[in-house]
Design a binder for this molecule. Sequence first.
Ligand SMILES: *Cc1c(COP(=O)(O)O)cnc(C)c1O
Length: 494
Amino acid sequence: MKILYKSTRGKELVQSSEAIIKGICHDGGLYIPAKFPKIDLTFEELSNLDYKSLAIYILKKFLTDFSEDDIETCVSKAYDSKFNEKTIVPLNKKGEAYFLELYHGPTLAFKDMALSILPHLLKASCKKLKMEKEMVILTATSGDTGKAALEGFRDVEGIKIIVFFPENGVSDIQKRQMITQKGENTFVIGINGNFDEAQTGVKNIFNHKEFNESLEEKGYMLTSANSINIGRLIPQIIYYIYAYGQMIKNKEINIGEKINIVVPTGNFGNILAAHYSKNMGVPINKLICASNENNVLSDFFNTGVYDKNRDFKITNSPSMDILVSSNLERLLYEVSDHDEGRVKDIMDKLKLYGKYELESNVKEKLKDFYGGFASDQECSNTIKKLYDESGYVIDTHTAVAYKVYKDYKDKTKDLTKTVIVSTASPFKFTRAVCKALNIDEYELDDCKLLGKLASHTNLQIPKNLKDIYSKEILHKGVCDKEEMKLVIKEILEL
Ligand SMILES: *Cc1c(COP(=O)(O)O)cnc(C)c1O
């Protein structure tokens, strides 16, 4: 079955390679598969596939304009020894649930799952469409995306990557990870400003017609690596299907038995991939959407009203500090009976008023989802309690998910077996995790804290963080937000 990709706001229809290169549709909509392929393996066959074989199987179903060879090459370049675990994504039964650890990649957060393969998919797409231009990936980051994109794109021929981050708005470890980045084609610049300002600066550059034309004249094309690219979403479907296979293999569930999945959510990309795995045939009961105190999504699932008019809160789970969840548009398209006009209408309302309400027949279609949220203090208590009970250490984002799950279970008495999506290594958010575990962190820098967390919990510091404070600083540039264009020009020698 051939799969094409269409816009959520119009009739544009393209092949996967074109959707991956473009990132976003001309009409401002997002690309979605016009149809979902079904899993046509038996559950037993499924449970016997390792991660790479399953990735090849799933990607072949979605990227129908790619050759088998291309897909196999992309997968083997992505999921190799960069990952600290042979199985790529271990599933651990702890406390009252199963934790799917998506953080064993090079940057220790789940974004590696997609960003280690996206560069190869992009490269193959360019080759297929005979794109002559050199791609320039331009990204603003609040911490995790930037580093994962840098690692993914480093030394990929024919592509340059430029990352802007808020000079004083990321954790010390996140900053170190970025400014020590190797790779001839990587450029990292701090911005005197916050993440929103960096993000707005990047968006303005994408929309600046003359600037883009002058780049094209010199043989460059700008593109983005953020999670609205369908090439980031599809690789995320794989691990949900893998998790179900592992539950069967380990005899935790019977064939065909439903499971719940809990996802700590920000931009709605990861949980949407879980929903897509359900569209393909994975037996899922509830999809539990866990928010931190920026609880715009959990409110949405409880009331059918999306309202971003509220204070932005800085929390201990910064990768989920977000008030506009871009990928929700893709779900809205599905529940609005694939009516592009209605989606456009909703998005216009969001832009104009920062708010929209779904009609009641549409609300009805969201009942597969459950929304809940947790505060920093609740997460902290959750980390401590799980550690005391089982010796298992989770990070602050995963703690949001686990706390929301426990609340859900208390409230509904639902005993369905449940997978918690573990999105970051506890070492990536060392200070908050140390505080939760009552490790004295006062006056210690993050470098010393890594060692303290490791010795307290008897865990090893992940190899990519171990020497991070002795690595050479390779990117020292800082600029004002008005200077971003100038900096890009200098980098590209225009
Ligand atoms: C990005 C991120 C999230 C949120 O994922 P979305 O796909 O944006 O919902 C959660 N946890 C961590 C650690 C992240 O880096």
